[in-house]
Each structure stands twice: as C-alpha cells, then as structure tokens.
Design a protein around this ligand. Structure first.
Ligand SMILES: [Zn+2]
Ligand SMILES: [Zn+2]
Length: 555
C-alpha cells in the first residue's frame, strides 16, 4: 500500500459520504486527509510506527483510524459498508452536466436512481418534478445531459478522430511555446474504431502550453505532470502528452502504441529519451515500422519489409454507383470527378434488379445505363470506363442476372444485401456457390458489417478464402469508413490462400471517392503492398485481365 493508494481510498470514502451526508464537512474531512496523505514525503506506515500520524496537518481522529486500518489490512470496512449502500453505476451519473454528488444522493434516496438508465426512465416518467429543487425545466436539461453523457463514453469512427486530431494540430501550430505536435494513439495507427484522440506535443515551456490548451479544448484537466485531457467538439476526449523536444520521439512512440509493440521495441532499443522515432528504431537495429503496423510486434521480426501500398499507387477504381440506382450523382458527374482525380479507369456498378430498395436495375434499366455511359465516355478520355454491376448474391447463392446479361459486363461485383440472419453453414454455402459463377470478378463487402451499428454475418472464412483463391475471385477492400470490410485482421488468412484484393470506395457520390483513402489504410494495416492490389495496375493490364476473364467464362 503506497501513499497514493491510501489517498485513493480516502477520496472514495469522501465521495460516498457526500452522497449520503447532508453535512458537507464530513466529506471535506476525508478529502483533506486524502490530500495530506498524497503529499507526504514518506510512507504512511512509517508515520504510524512513529506515532506521528495524528500530528500530521489535515489528519483527524476519524481519518487517522481509517488510514491505520488501510495500511494494516489493505482495506477499509467503512468503505466496504458505504459501497454496499449504492449500486456500482452510481458515479457514472457524475458525467451528466450540473449533476453533483449531493443531487445524485437525493435522486438515489428518494427515487432509487442508481444508473444513467434509471435516471432516464425517471425523467421520462416525470418523476423528478416531485423532488424539491427539480422543476420541469431541470428535468428536461437532465435528459439532454444524459444523451451527452452517453455520447462522451462512446466510440467513434476513425474519420472523426482524424478530423479532430488534424484540426487541433493546426491550432497547436499557432502556439509559440509548442515546437512540434503530432497526432498519436489509435488514430495514428488507423484503427477503424477509436475511443479518444492523443497528441504528442514538444515544448520547453509546459506551463504556458497548459494555459493555451484550455482554449483549444473544453474541460481541460491535468491527468499527471505531463498529460492533460479535455473534450473536443463536445463529444470526444483528447489527451495531450507533453514532452521536451529531446524526448519527443520517445513520447510519440509510447503514446502511439500499441503497448505490445512499444514494449518489444524498447526491449531492443533501451528506454533512453529520443528526439525522433527513427532514432529508436535505429538503436534497436530494425527498419522503421509505419504506425499502421504497430498492433503487435510481428513486423519487428521481419528481416525484409515490403513497401505498403499508398494512395498514390491507386490508378483507378471499381464499385461506383450513379443515379441509375441509389447514387446521388449522375453517370457524367461520377465520370468527370474520377477523371479529375487523375484515374486511368473507373468501373461503374449500379445495383442489380433484386435490390429494389436501392433502385436496382432491370435488364431494361441496364440498357439505358449502358447507353448513357456510351454517350459520355468520349468526354472523359483518355480515362477508360468499365461497365459493371454490383449484383446481389441471392439467398441460394445465385447471381442476380441471367448469363446472357452477365456477358455484357466488363466486371461483376457480387455482394450480399439481404437475408443477413442465415446460419454460418447456410451463409458459407451461399457465398461458395456465388464464387463458382465464372462471371464474378470481385466479392463485395465480405461480411456486410456496419461499424458501431451492425455486426457482420458470419461464415467459414477459410473455406470462402480457399474458394476465392482457387476461382481467382478478388476480395474487395470496401473503403467506406462505416464498413471497412474485409476486416484487416482477416486479410492475411485470405492472402495465404491465394486471394488478391482491390480497394473500392463503394461511392454513392463524388465526395465518396475519398473512401479510397480509408480503404488504403485498411490495406496498409493488413501489410499489403501495391503488388497485391488489383487497382494499382495500369489500365492496359487491367483491361486485358478483365477481357481474358470474361472470355474464359464464356467458354
Ligand atoms: Zn453493396
Ligand atoms: Zn455498393
């Protein structure tokens, strides 16, 4: 038991006492004792042995007996008693703005409220207004506060973290005392779902930086000497990790993580301060590992490392919707935007006829769409336009068009959009059968997951990968930030079974071509180089491959 653990026990008692005691002085006594113990310059056990504990300013008779008990037994019966009186979720209510311990105690005693859920139910039933000091308006404010409290504890899609991190980094650049600032943490590792934003900050003047940070984020608080935390955009926690410039590299590395990776690297490099991350890798005698690849220590053991795919390597794309199905931009608009992005080729693929909810195309609709493409493709030369479809994989594994229609496409993306609830076996059979159709070029969004909203359907992945490898069907890396499907964790298993990949935006508007950025991150996290990605190939090679594959299917 060190002094800080003893202090934490006293603090926790203080919080419980404040819930239950109308007299605030009792709680204050425990708070004061906690501070006194935390600032001792020796062990509380020594003080007790010398009989000096009660002579310490801030420690009274009651608090001294608690300290003695905690030091002697490691726990406090008084605290155990208090804990029993309240449900474990009681302090989560503190996240609701304007709700202090006193009010929380009252809500618990009078209405039995012990969690956010309880509180919400009580508000909705109008029960708060029966309490003194709680009017209709307060009740409404508390309801809003609950939503806010929930948001604060939730997870976020990566692009939220990227945007918040970059915006803050730009603000930091304007602060004189800051010499360098870099987004670190899971955002830098490009994890698909993140909980907070971390920023490593190089400064020789932490005092003035901490003052300046209070203007960059709300609710700034000190976590420890060199760490501050605050809230950005009213919803997401931001941690600032301050370091002197000569330690900036160490701090950037440590706060980027992952823990496993950092531990393994420092074991080789030694834990000496470093100006840059590169220095640390050099000292360890291993080539630099990009942040995306730092989930585990595997890459440290590789002698040779392939260059990861970059956005600039992408020469064209497939999986693009238009107003013919559920896209928001016309054929010409989608083509023009692709051309402006410098693509050598683009493959349009609207939904197939069974996807009626997404405006899927009948054979007649398809003819019109292809005529529209023919009308406009001259306007975007030399970019090449490929004609395709995102065809539903039907419940029995069939593809949603007759063979006669399939022969009119340059490529076919086969995707599941219905009957997600099938058993693992049924789903596997369904997909395996679809992969047997020789016209299928790509398997779209492998599991149909929607991050933070819907779990993907399950299947026997290795059998599916095996078959895809054998039939030469590429697996799409769907870059829509809500999907990021195939999961990067599965890519290695598919790769080992001969599967190759293609990065697609699943664009429903011209802005959504940006999903190629997020899609490329998935590929990088998975360790893929340009060689394994179909749409890094130049247009002639792509055209030839698609032509050859269709010819083979028609045989
Ligand atoms: Zn789809
Ligand atoms: Zn789509």
């Amino acid at each position: 038991m060190d002094k800080f653990e003893v202090a934490r026990t006293l603090d926790e008692i203080a919080r419980y006492v404040e819930l239950s005691e109308p007299n605030r002085f009792k709680a204050l006594a425990f708070e004061k004792a906690a501070r006194a113990i935390a600032s001792l310059d020796r062990d509380p056990a020594d003080l007790i042995a010398l009989g000096d504990l009660q002579k310490t300013p801030g420690i009274g008779k009651t608090t001294a007996s608690v300290v003695e008990e905690v030091v002697r037994t490691g726990k406090s019966r008084y605290l155990d008693e208090l804990r029993k009186q309240y449900p474990p979720g009681i302090f989560e209510l503190l996240r609701v703005p304007r709700l202090g311990l006193k009010k929380i105690g009252l809500l618990h005693d009078k209405l039995g409220v012990g969690s956010l859920d309880d509180l919400e139910a009580a508000c909705r039933a109008g029960r708060l207004t029966s309490l003194r000091g709680f009017g209709e308006k307060t009740q409404q404010k508390i309801l809003e506060g609950i939503a806010y409290a929930r948001k604060r504890q939730s997870n976020f899609l990566l692009p939220v973290g990227i945007e918040v991190g970059e915006t803050i980094r730009q603000q930091l650049a304007l602060i004189d005392a800051i010499e360098n600032g870099e987004v670190s943490g899971s955002v830098r590792r490009r994890l698909e779902v993140i909980r907070n934003v971390n920023i490593a900050v190089a400064t020789r003047d932490p005092k003035s930086v901490s003052r300046a940070l209070a203007k960059v984020v709300a609710d700034l608080e000190e976590v420890d000497e060199s760490t501050f935390k605050g809230i950005a955009r009213n919803e997401i926690e931001v941690y600032f990790h301050l370091a002197s410039p000569r330690e900036f590299g160490s701090t950037l590395l440590r706060t980027t993580g992952s823990e496993e990776f950092v531990r393994a690297l420092l074991e080789r490099a030694g834990d000496k301060p470093a100006k840059t991350e590169e220095e640390i890798f050099e000292r360890a005698g291993v080539p630099y590992v990009p942040p995306e690849r730092r989930e585990n220590a595997d890459d440290l053991n590789r002698k040779r490392r392939r260059a990861l795919v970059k956005l600039e390597d992408i020469r064209g794309t497939f999986h693009v919707h238009t107003t013919f199905s559920d896209g928001r931009n016309t054929v010409l608009e989608m083509l023009t935007a692709a051309r402006q992005r410098g693509f050598q080729y683009v493959g349009l693929s609207d939904h197939s006829k069974s996807a009626f909810y997404a405006g899927g195309l009948s054979e007649e609709g398809l003819r019109q769409q292809q005529a529209e493409i023919a009308r406009h493709e001259q306007e975007v030369t030399p970019m090449r336009v490929f004609r395709g479809t995102e065809a539903d994989i039907l419940a029995d594994g069939g593809i949603d068009y007759e063979t006669a229609t399939l022969t009119t496409f340059d490529f076919v993306i086969a995707s599941i959009h219905s009957r997600f609830g099938m058993s693992r076996d049924e789903m596997s059979e369904r997909i395996l059968r679809a992969l047997d159709n020789p016209y299928v070029t790509f398997l779209g969004h492998l599991t149909g997951r929607l991050l933070l909203a819907r779990e993907g359907y399950t299947m026997e992945f290795d059998r599916v990968f095996e078959k895809a490898g054998e039939r030469g069907v590429m697996i799409e890396i769907n870059g829509n930030p809500r999907r990021l499907d195939i999961d990067w964790r599965l890519v290695g298993r598919a790769y080992d079974r001969g599967v190759r990949f293609s990065i697609h935006p699943d664009a429903h508007s011209i802005q959504e071509y940006n999903a190629l950025i997020t899609g490329t991150w998935v590929a990088r996290k998975a360790g893929l180089s340009p060689r394994e990605i179909f749409n890094t190939k130049p247009v002639d090679e792509v055209a030839e491959y698609l032509k050859g594959r269709r010819a083979a299917a028609m045989k």
